[in-house]
Design a binder for this molecule. Sequence first.
Ligand code: CP
Ligand code: NVA
Length: 315
Amino acid sequence: MTTSLKPAVEASAVRHFLDLADISGSDLRLILTCAAKLKSERQQGRNQPLLAGKKLAMIFEKNSTRTRVSFEVAITELGGQSLPFNSNELQLGRGETIADTARVLSRYIDAIMLRCHGHDKLVELAANASVPVINGLTEYSHPCQIMADVLTFEEHVGPIAGKTIAWIGDGNNVAQSWIMASSLFNCKLRLACPPTLNPLPEVLAWAKARGGDVEVMTSPEDAVRGADAVITDTWVSMGDAHAETQMKLLAPYQVNSALMKLAASSAIFLHCLPAHRGEEVTEDVIDGPQSKVFDEAENRLHVQKAILLWCLRGI
Ligand code: CP
Ligand code: NVA
């Protein structure tokens, strides 16, 4: 797995969206402000065709509902077009290199979104593409998701700076993007994970070196106490090889109503979805009044539009 937090691709005129760590806090804020504006415009009618004629290729090595549909709708509503592919239907699935795929697609397409297993593949695609590349999830990170999470948090709770976010469960790709977000948005992040499922130390070190207030612990109760948001994710991510072991390790990390009671009374519950009711979260929590998971899923659409505009027009 590529774990370096140095910019994955040397600075170039092309704006890739590979990881939050590569982007300044002020640019991330611009994206969120733009997403909120686009959301309001859409609610009042429709968005302007700011990406008329632009084409987005989307390549999936793994399943997707939200990422695929929100990006397709996003580019379409901005006047552009999407070309979605399962990686196996491209020559990529028969061994054509990532580098050649990047060079060829760059001749036809204005931006490429990739969802893949190894993060190194995403980095290689970006290094060889002359158009923006967007991270649609790797085993290492899921930055588009966290942008939608922050937008949702701010809609329901208020400015995220100084607030406390509790992450409960696997220190996975979504958790690692939250760690990057915490120092860029200046919020406190408490992660409760079984020690063998902790996030990568270099991601934690990167955030701490930038003044991030991030703490990893084993107790879900300690992480949640007084928190403004409680977040979890599936116990077994796509591509995880040790599903049974993880399920056992994570059994004490279920988000249920007893745990939610320890958070601030105004706390919200977030989950990137898909969810497994009765595993990482109980039905009463995910379908209860504190849960904002469907606003969070909707916000993927508004944020994808803003990310596309940032990549293709500088906003
Ligand atoms: N949250 C998320 O990325 O969902 P999909 O896997 O459905 O795209
Ligand atoms: N951690 C999950 C997120 C799915 C959107 C996975 O990688 O499968």
